[in-house]
Design a protein around this ligand. Sequence first.
Ligand code: SF4
Ligand code: SF4
Length: 153
Amino acid sequence: MARCRADNRLIEKVAEIYDWLDVQVRRCSELAGACKSCGNCCDFDGFDHHLFVTPPELMYLTANLGGEKINPPHVWRIKPMPTSRCPYNVGGKCRVYEYRFAGCRIFCCNGDADFQSRLSESALKKLKSVCTEFQIPYRYTDLASALNSFAGV
Ligand code: SF4
Ligand code: SF4
């Protein structure tokens, strides 16, 4: 039970970090850029882009992958990533948009790179603190390795 409570607190902390990030992006919309949600940057080789994620973010995504919340409904756990496209991008749309990673919230192809870099540093500091608080080893792993490892492939 104690572990359950700790996990819930961890999920809340990640949600707070994402809320904070979304506020920063909205406040500085000129620097943040204007995403047209085309989904092209979710194909990392095709877009020559990289996305790194941390354990608390994967735990947050796992905790929120309720069957009723995403489409198709049978998807309820971390998907492996066999290609360079994020497996949650289906038909060009993010199927886990509400729960997407910090890097997905920060990156915009027409945004200011320095702004994104500063925001990323601040977000990682917060995510690192979550790891320290909940005694989780901090890792900053490329998306494919992280998803494949969480999915057990
Ligand atoms: S950041 Fe750019 S490439 Fe990525 S989804 Fe938005 S508009 Fe498309
Ligand atoms: S989680 Fe969503 S926004 Fe992020 S890379 Fe995957 S499909 Fe794209």
